[in-house]
Design a protein. Structure first.
Ligand SMILES: Cc1cc2nc3c(=O)[nH]c(=O)nc-3n(C[C@H](O)[C@H](O)[C@H](O)COP(=O)(O)OP(=O)(O)OC[C@H]3O[C@@H](n4cnc5c(N)ncnc54)[C@H](O)[C@@H]3O)c2cc1C
Ligand code: FES
Lengths: 123, 394
């Protein structure tokens, strides 16, 4: 294994995540992994920073995901809020593909979880 | 345009202010609102805020980093609109002149005359209402909720989780018939009894027993007596448009607007809960009364007000969500236009399903109970499919 991937966790074979699909990883807090129509992979925190909604359930257009609940938009590359009501960014995680497998390295920043939510879910 | 006055400083008003600045409006922006609070979010008032899970500071709609350069006139009630001189008249007598006016006064909770003067009877529309009602939700207390619409249902669910004994009274019609149709309304209403709320359908209130200013019990037409420590009256809302009387702005159930939010008075638009926009699919004016419309309508209305209307307006489909008993319910479309409903995923007994509404072969609505992902995908398809249908379904 290369030095870049040794602190990374193996998620699944790339073939299991089709273009246009997303999956939710049950990490603490959960992470959303996206494979865009254009073939790019992105990983961000799954829980919207506004309230309790899963961004893996959101709608992806270009490099943006729209929250399924109140349509806040997050930039998949930077995690920044492109449209309210969310105010705080989501964290962005590093994703790589090696030998056909997806690897992920979780960000070391503090997550911006919505009020009333902890890394384990509801308070 | 030099001065823009926005009347009503909540979600629709704030969204209008943001839209105006985004469109490059650099004149004076006046935010008039009769509540003393800066804009806050109402949906949590029947959910996490009422449950005591989140505090008031989480309700703010503003972003501390944004600068709208607005002049806030809070705690000021508009009592009239002088359309000729285009001025908003405040309760303190002040006249606020403006070149453009956005009406965003939302709606108010309907009250029932039988309960006038009783101190343990509440409505729920504002932060202050929620703070007062929250005090009553003590474990073991008995709460009577009148009206099984979205707010009544959510409060029943939140109160139950807080250990309150809840009785919920529905009216003669199946709850939520107007929003999701009678069939699905009955399915959703099934949640109440399933979770331990006493749900009484078709309850007609006959008498009220009180001691001093405290209500003790209500009598129903079937002879039943329901004792209660507190009562929530959740029998719907009315557009807050009384202040527009005599202004020339037409109102019916809401401010009558075209599909850009323009009223018949030039320079005056209306958005959000107080506004009834022309709906091309329904072929009539329609007041949505949901959060999403208060968020999205202002962008279009502001463009029209600033003289650059959207060339191809597409009717925004009503969308709302509701959280009840830990289940996320989402709806989009027009249930009233449907001639059939199909369960396309999951099943009704577990309350995890996606129901699709059709008029002939045309999809016209979607209801999700605990299927947010599928709902999100299908909602896009529905919007696209309906955007292509510019005719009126009648
Ligand atoms: C408890 C509760 C729960 C809700 N839950 C949901 C939900 O789960 N999903 C959903 O889709 N929607 C929900 N809604 C509806 C949603 O909150 C509204 O659609 C939204 O608030 C509408 O925003 P608005 O700005 O148009 O009106 P409002 O939020 O009503 O704001 C209007 C403002 O104008 C002020 N005003 C009124 N008259 C005057 C006057 N004459 N002069 C000055 N100011 C005036 C009012 O005081 C108020 O501050 C809920 C509403 C409530 C009350
Ligand atoms: S939960 Fe994501 S925008 Fe509200």
């Amino acid at each position: 294994m290369s030095s870049e991937t040794d602190q990374m966790m193996r998620v699944c074979p790339l073939s299991q995540l089709a273009r246009g699909d997303a999956m939710r990883l049950e990490t603490r807090p959960p992470i959303a992994l996206f494979h865009t129509e254009e073939g790019e992979l992105f990983a961000i925190d799954d829980t919207c920073t506004h309230q309790d909604a899963s961004l893996a359930d959101g709608y992806v257009e270009g490099c943006e995901v729209e929250c399924p609940l109140h349509a806040s938009k997050f930039d998949l590359r930077t995690g920044k809020v492109d449209a309210p009501p969310a105010k705080l960014p989501v964290r962005v995680h590093t994703v790589e593909v090696l030998d056909g497998d997806i690897y992920l390295k979780e960000s070391e920043e503090e997550p911006n979880l919505p009020p009333g939510i902890t890394v384990d879910g509801h308070v | 345009m030099k001065t823009l006055a926005i009347v009503g400083s909540s979600l629709a008003g704030l969204s209008a202010a943001r839209a105006a600045r985004a469109e490059g409006f650099d004149g004076r922006l006046l935010m008039i609102g009769d509540e003393v609070h800066r804009p806050y979010d109402r949906p949590p008032l029947s959910k996490d805020f009422l449950a005591g899970k989140v505090g008031q500071e989480t309700l703010s709609l503003e972003d501390p980093t944004e600068d709208l350069s607005a002049e806030w006139m809070l705690g000021e009630r508009a009592v009239a609109l002088d359309a000729g001189e285009r001025a908003v008249v405040l309760a303190n007598g002040q006249r606020v002149a403006a070149d453009g006016v956005v009406i965003a006064t939302g709606s108010t909770a309907r009250t029932l005359p039988q309960f006038e003067g009783l101190e343990n009877v509440y409505t729920l529309r504002t932060l202050d209402d929620a703070v007062a009602l929250r005090e009553e939700l003590r474990p073991g207390a008995r709460l009577l909720v009148l009206g099984a619409g979205l707010i009544g249902a959510e409060v029943a669910s939140t109160a139950l989780a807080a250990g309150v004994e809840v009785t919920l009274l529905g009216g003669p019609r199946v709850p939520l018939t107007r929003s999701v149709g009678a069939h699905m309304g009955a399915v959703l209403a099934g949640l109440h009894a399933a979770h331990g709320v006493t749900f009484i359908q078709n309850a007609v209130l006959e008498s009220v027993r009180s001691e001093g200013a405290r209500l003790l019990s209500v009598g129903l037409s079937d002879g039943r007596v329901v004792e209660a420590d507190a009562v929530l009256v959740a029998v719907g809302g009315e557009a807050a448009t009384a202040w527009l009387e005599g202004s020339g702005v037409a109102t019916a159930d809401g401010v009558i607007c075209d599909d850009h939010g323009r009223t018949r008075v030039p320079g005056v638009v209306a958005v959000g809960d107080c506004a009834a926009w022309e709906d091309q699919h329904l072929g009539r004016h329609h007041r949505h009364g949901h959060w999403n419309s208060a968020l999205t309508q202002p962008a279009r209305a502001i463009k029209a007000l600033l003289g650059t209307p959207d060339p191809q307006p597409v009717a925004t489909l009503p969308y709302f969500w509701s959280d009840q008993y830990g289940i996320r319910i989402q709806f989009s479309g027009h249930a009233e236009l449907a001639d059939r409903v199909e369960i396309e995923e999951g099943d009704l007994s577990t309350h995890t399903f996606l129901a699709a509404y059709y008029r002939g072969e045309q999809p016209i609505g979607l209801l999700s109970s605990g299927q947010p992902r599928l709902f999100g995908k299908r909602r896009r398809q529905l919007e696209r499919s309906l955007a292509a249908q510019t005719f009126t379904f009648s």
